[in-house]
Design a protein around this ligand. Structure first.
Ligand SMILES: NC(=O)c1ccc[n+]([C@@H]2O[C@H](COP(=O)([O-])OP(=O)(O)OC[C@H]3O[C@@H](n4cnc5c(N)ncnc54)[C@H](OP(=O)(O)O)[C@@H]3O)[C@@H](O)[C@H]2O)c1
Length: 281
């Protein structure tokens, strides 16, 4: 069965639209400011999709497009001015940043209450303490889609193939908080397939088909498969999973496109509303 991110996100977005309208009636119009450095085509597409999604439910957006050669201190000045701007409720810096800029330093200049990607150490710390509010969008979207289909994760063996700050680490904490038993794998993991075979729920987020493709022989029957990876093949977007074969053996599976991607954008909208409420407190 398909975990349909398009359907689920449409459902959540209609709820969020009502919330935007309530905030608006009470005198606050949520606003997300995005910052794009350079002109990477994929990043431009991601930013434009995020703006479109915000505008569709009534969230205002402000687009800061900066030259790829901008200095780190000028970028930090912009972030600080957005922190101080009471019209701005959420700040999103599109990653990756050019090599001459230290992502960690810049991201941690974002006010934690405006950190809609949940990547500042403050928000990572809250998540670690089991009190996450602004949680990274992709992991949050994965938990939401499972929740939508009433899939109980308690006591389940979850295997995550990814250990990034954006996906694997926060997802580990979210599943752990829901009483799953979680194994986090990465490029140095020994006997990866053996670990994957043990999964009741498998999340794969590698994004490089040259090094990894999940095939049906790697999973046990009825595994729930969440495909986060994004690769491009002959002009098409594909995931880490050989969908054709794996979908015959899995119980539930996310397609690519149409699975985790729409949920990620939807959680950005949700986080922007959470950030707005945090600033109204
Ligand atoms: N659909 C969405 O909304 C969405 C959102 C975010 C990300 N993504 C996609 O998800 C993928 C991962 O994103 P990311 O930002 O987390 O990237 P990343 O930081 O490059 O993480 C990739 C992970 O895969 C692991 N890996 C690489 N080769 C491996 C191998 N042969 N065996 C096992 N593990 C291996 C890496 O291990 P090491 O840590 O050891 O290097 C790393 O943990 C990308 O394709 C990205 O486009 C999709």
């Amino acid at each position: 069965m398909i975990l349909n991110g398009i359907e689920v996100s449409a459902h959540i977005r209609s709820e969020l639209k009502k919330e935007v309208s309530n905030l608006d009636s009470a005198g606050t119009r949520p606003l997300l400011a995005t910052v794009l450095v350079g002109n990477d085509p994929a990043s431009i597409t991601y930013i434009s999709n995020k703006h479109k999604a915000c505008n569709e439910i009534g969230i205002l957006t402000r687009d800061h497009k900066l030259d790829g050669n901008i200095s780190q201190s000028d970028l930090i000045n912009l972030v600080e001015s957005l922190n101080d701007d009471s019209m701005v409720h959420g700040i999103l810096i599109q990653l990756p940043l050019p090599r001459h800029i230290d992502e960690y330093t810049v991201i941690n200049k974002i006010s934690p209450r405006k950190d809609v990607d949940g990547l500042t150490v403050y928000n990572q710390g809250l998540l670690f303490a089991g009190r996450g509010e602004l949680v990274p969008c992709t992991p949050k979207g994965i938990i939401e889609i499972l929740r939508f289909y009433n899939i109980d994760v308690s006591g389940k063996d979850v295997v995550i193939v990814n250990r990034s700050n954006l996906v694997g680490k926060p997802l580990f904490l979210l599943f752990l908080g829901l009483d799953s038993t979680v194994t986090v794998c990465h490029s140095k993991t020994k006997n990866l397939v053996e670990k994957i075979k043990n999964a009741d729920i498998l999340v794969t987020a590698i994004g490089n088909r040259n090094v990894f493709t999940l095939t049906e022989d790697m999973i046990k029957k009825d595994t729930i498969v969440i495909d986060v990876g994004i690769s491009r093949h002959m002009g098409k977007v594909i995931g880490d999973v050989d969908f054709e074969s794996v979908s015959k053996k899995s119980s539930w599976i996310t397609p690519v496109p149409g699975g985790v991607g729409p949920m990620t954008i939807c959680m950005l909208l949700k986080n922007t509303l959470i950030a707005t409420r945090l600033q109204l407190k």
